[in-house]
Design a protein around this ligand. Structure first.
Ligand code: FES
Length: 105
């Protein structure tokens, strides 16, 4: 079991126990993190799972693939260099301790 810290738009920090193999979006929606919706079910189509990572955490993960990069370009919220779609980030022991900030609306 690993943990991820979600920082909601109002600054609330939510520490969530996550199941290895699930996505950041799945962990966030299961825990009721405000602003993580997952409208398309993880199909890289809706960007309602958009989060910002720290520079250090972004570097810990495999980079976003072309489909995710394309989807990020069309997010309603501002894209940052450390933007990720939560549905495309698979959690594992290697991602224990990630801190992600829910993107602005
Ligand atoms: S859940 Fe729709 S893009 Fe991530």
């Amino acid at each position: 079991m690993s943990q991820v810290t979600f920082i909601e738009r109002d600054g609330t920090r939510r520490i969530v126990e996550v199941v290895n193999g699930e996505s950041l979006m799945q962990a966030g929606t299961r825990a009721g993190v405000d602003g993580i919706i997952g409208e398309c079910g993880g199909s890289c189509m809706c960007a309602t799972c958009h989060v910002y990572l720290t520079d250090e955490d972004f570097a810990r993960l495999d980079p976003p693939d072309a489909m995710e990069q394309d989807a990020l370009e069309f997010t309603a919220s501002h894209q940052r260099p450390t933007s990720r779609l939560g549905c495309q980030v698979k959690l594992s022991a290697a991602t224990d301790g990630l801190t992600v900030t829910v993107a602005e609306a």
